[in-house]
Design a protein around this ligand. Structure first.
Ligand code: HQG
Length: 178
């Protein structure tokens, strides 16, 4: 069984479409662990709790969290469905980065960065990480964001449990294409 493809499936369920395995998330994005495992077993009969524990512990971006007694699980960020994962509001470093595909540049230069299907715009703390995010969309480009000026202008930033910087919208005046 390929753990990476199951992890992608779990992301899809916990961020976007819990209904594909007939489960629901609560208002804070939590799913019941037993229900999640049962739902995944429909298509991957060998899946079990031990494998879920491995996926959560070893995920390269720490995408998921359990509650204290591991009866509930949620994605730390990246949702399209409206859940409140109790993000921490934090003052960001004075500069952050956003990697995207070259094909989106002219639209971004007109509209700024918008969350599109997700709840937040995702920002990276360094250019290298931004480039790897951007590569998912074709030829990568990186925008530098004047977060210091955004903070001065009272725009809120959040840090997810797995250290991804999030904000609702980055208007064009704070963006510089590198
Ligand atoms: C672009 C992955 C046109 C935006 C990553 C991005 C990240 C615009 C795309 C996380 C636009 C949305 C999120 C505008 C923004 N016009 N295009 N005005 N504003 N865009 O996948 O940031 O592996 O929803 O630049 O590592 O690429 O899934 O967002 O290219 O942390 O955990 O619209 O997903 O993490 O694409 O990636 P996405 P993203 P995971």
């Amino acid at each position: 069984m390929k753990l990476k493809s199951i992890s992608k499936y779990i992301s899809k369920i916990l961020r976007h479409e819990p209904e594909i395995i007939g489960i629901t998330l609560d208002e804070h994005g939590w799913a019941n662990v037993d229900e999640l495992i049962k739902g995944i077993q429909e298509t991957h009969p060998d899946f079990n709790k031990d494998l879920l524990e491995i996926i959560v512990a070893e995920d390269n971006k720490q995408r998921y969290s359990f509650n204290g007694n591991h009866t509930l699980i949620r994605a730390n960020q990246g949702h399209s469905i409206l859940v409140d994962v109790e993000l921490e509001k934090v003052i960001p470093p004075s500069v952050l980065y956003h990697g995207t595909g070259e094909k989106f540049v002219s639209s971004i230069q007109q509209q700024g960065l918008i969350p599109k299907s997700r709840l937040y715009v995702h920002l990276s703390k360094d250019i290298e990480t931004a480039l790897s995010v951007g590569k998912r969309h074709g030829k990568p480009v990186v925008f530098q964001i004047d977060t210091q000026r955004m903070v001065e202008d009272h725009i809120d930033f959040y840090l997810s449990a797995n250290q991804v910087w999030l904000t609702r919208h980055v208007p064009v005046q704070y963006l510089q294409l590198l």
